[in-house]
Design a protein. Structure first.
Lengths: 327, 198
């Protein structure tokens, strides 16, 4: 290796990942560019699916909301980096006894944690912890605010497909059109995706019932519509959000049946989308409500690729946070 | 050794270690040694350490094919995920090179190929990486240049050229495939030791 001939590589300097709103395009691309190596680690057929980059590090998954996919994905990502990981079950923890977040994290840090992955129902929880604690904090979802690792794995999955469709290994998301359909106002996935995708050069159109469309999205740089046909005509990606059935008692739309009629992604409604359009969903899917089974299991769906890529993208994030260095 | 010393305003004293002809001769000799040392060439695979180890590995394969009619399989090794300097923060965490080979290393003779052997830490990382993919019968090491300064007990089995260098010196290997020319340069920086210390 001849040091002077190394290409100047972007340097990662952030301690935490709390949201995509304050990341630059270059920082997002650094994460996406770091992930393919980790995709390859998970795909090793006969070899050991693990690399020693976080050997001896302690990663704590601290989940205040139910999660199967995200929590499992972080746990697998930690293991594939050779880190030690554990999950704090909040139902059985001291939070139930009134201990504050700061006190609990002080106690976790007293046991020398390196990375703390937190999902919390309050917007800003990860951000506040990141400001006051030395651990690397990763936001795994805070209220309706952000879910940055989901948006990063979504962007990675889209970019991977764009690159394959165009047979161009340097293709970017510039000019790509993404339609996000569903309950926008309660969706941290939608918010993080709007920040992330627009920074990467894509355009985002948000579509859902007017009652589920927050007024601030216009300021975030996304178009809005309540007409599904308009949203997906010309879309390279049709992204269905999960309808949060547990919020239905608030009566934000008249009935599930009406939602299905107007907004469900099925073979019929997809006729308005271009033939190459991908179908995505962050999971868990309410089958035949926001996404028809025929589409979820069909050839356009990349839902399971999102899940596979999620492990690699989370490995990339944990590696960059822990092993990145100041400029 | 060709010693056409030349002044380079940017880097100070620059010496040609190998020109194109000498480089080809060195690669040819390394290929001969690989053939002589391995009766069963069918079980030999070459893994080039990225980036310049890969084109060197391909040249060795081409020489071996010309000599014997057998072309060992060739692949690329990144080593970035196994480097000890990434974990200790001494090196950028950004990853650029992808390991790629489409054969099973189990039971093979893996010949690692790199352009410059120095501390030996890259080779250690490469061995760790290979062993995560399977258990080769042997791992051997082929390097175009050994510049000394070893920090680990590692030596080349097939060596193109040996050099005595100081830690502040730079050894540049340029290959036609990646840099448009075949040349190895040694640049000494007498007077600039303070700046280039790492």
């Amino acid at each position: 290796m001849t040091p002077a001939e190394n290409k100047p590589s972007p340097v990662w300097t952030r301690k935490d990942l709390t949201g995509l709103e304050d990341l630059s395009r270059q920082e997002i691309e650094t994460i996406l560019d770091t992930a393919p190596q980790f995709v390859a680690v998970s795909k090793r057929e006969s070899g050991i699916k693990r690399v020693p980059l976080l050997q001896g590090r302690l990663i704590v998954n601290w989940f205040f909301e139910p999660s199967t996919r995200t929590r499992t994905s972080f746990e697998i990502a930690a293991k594939r980096l050779s880190a030690d990981s554990l999950t704090i079950n909040v139902q059985a923890s001291s939070s139930k006894k009134g201990e504050t977040l700061h006190d609990t994290l002080d106690n976790i840090e007293a046991m020398h944690s390196d990375v703390v992955v937190i999902r919390h129902n309050c917007a800003g929880a990860a951000h506040i912890l990141a400001q006051h604690h030395d651990s690397h904090i990763i936001n795994a979802g805070d209220g309706a605010h952000e879910h940055p690792t989901q948006a990063l794995l979504d962007a990675f999955t889209i970019r991977d497909h764009v690159r394959r469709q165009r047979e161009d290994s340097n293709a970017t998301l510039d000019g790509i059109r993404v339609a996000i359909i569903g309950d926008i106002s309660h969706s941290r996935v939608a918010r993080s995706n709007v920040w992330g995708l627009t920074k990467l050069g894509a355009s985002v159109i948000l579509c859902g019932p007017n009652t589920l469309m927050p007024p601030e999205v216009g300021r975030m740089g996304a178009e809005t519509t309540s007409n599904l046909r308009d949203a997906i005509a010309g879309a390279d990606v049709v992204y269905a959000l999960r309808i949060q059935l547990e919020r239905q008692q608030k009566c934000l739309f008249p009935s599930i049946r009406e939602y299905i009629r107007l907004f469900r992604i099925d073979n019929e409604s997809l006729k308005a989308a271009p033939a190459h359009a991908l179908v995505m969903h962050p999971g868990p899917i309410n089958r035949d409500i926001e996404l028809a089974a025929e589409v979820a299991d069909g050839p356009r769906s990349v839902v399971l690729e999102q899940v596979s890529n999620g492990v690699a993208v989370r490995m990339a994030i944990m590696h960059l946070l822990v092993n990145g260095r100041a400029a | 050794m060709t010693t056409t010393g030349q002044e380079n305003s940017e880097f100070g004293e620059s010496t040609v270690v190998l020109d194109g002809e000498a480089m080809n001769a060195a690669i040819h000799r390394m290929a001969q040694e690989i053939v002589a040392a391995n009766d069963d060439l069918a079980s030999v695979v070459l893994l080039g350490i990225l980036s310049r180890g890969r084109p060197l590995a391909e040249r060795l394969v081409s020489e071996i094919r010309n000599m014997t009619g057998v072309a060992p399989k060739v692949g690329s090794l990144s080593t970035e995920l196994y480097r000890d300097d990434v974990r200790s923060g001494k090196r950028s965490a950004s990853l650029g090179h992808m390991t790629h080979f489409d054969f099973d290393v189990e039971g093979t003779t893996v010949v690692l190929v790199d352009d410059v052997l120095s501390t030996g830490r890259t080779v250690r990382a490469a061995m760790d990486e290979i062993i995560d993919y399977g258990r080769p019968r042997y791992i051997r090491l082929a390097c175009l240049i050994d510049r000394g300064l070893r920090e680990l007990p590692i030596q080349a089995d097939y060596l193109g050229w040996s050099l005595v260098t100081q830690p502040d010196d730079h050894v540049f290997v340029r290959l036609k495939e990646s840099d448009g020319e075949d040349i190895v340069l040694l640049e000494s920086r007498p007077g600039e030791t303070a700046e280039s210390q790492e």
